[in-house]
Design a protein. Structure first.
Length: 117
């Protein structure tokens, strides 16, 4: 269970930030922070509620959409994606040097040509 919770919390907080940071040039720190907090808080609160606050309610008929606390990280991840993308679109874009860094991550330059061995 602990491993499932750890992966759920990581998926809800870190995965969208990494993915959006690489593939969305307009992603900014405000969007990433808001997304990470929303995914992490939602997932953590769900787990704590069903495992510690009200363990007597920890059954499928009480879970959100029938999703157990061990699997709720997926919903936290989707919430993170939604909030991060929305906030980054509603706020100013990142500086040009950050957008250039994202381009360099996508397509590395300066390594030269490949050599045969």
């Amino acid at each position: 269970q602990v491993v499932a919770f750890a992966f759920g919390l990581a998926a809800a907080s870190l995965f969208p930030a990494i993915l959006l940071g690489i593939f969305v040039k307009r992603m900014n720190k405000e969007g990433v922070i808001a997304g990470m907090l929303s995914g992490l808080i939602f997932t953590f609160a769900y787990i704590v509620f069903f495992k510690f606050v009200s363990p007597e309610l920890n059954s499928s008929e009480n879970w959100l959409w029938g999703i157990s606390p061990e699997g709720i990280g997926t919903i936290g991840m989707l919430l993170n994606f939604l909030v991060a993308f929305s906030v980054s679109q509603a706020t100013s874009p990142p500086p040009a040097h950050v957008q250039d860094l994202v381009d360099d991550i996508r397509v590395p330059t300066g390594a030269g040509v490949a050599h045969k061995h």
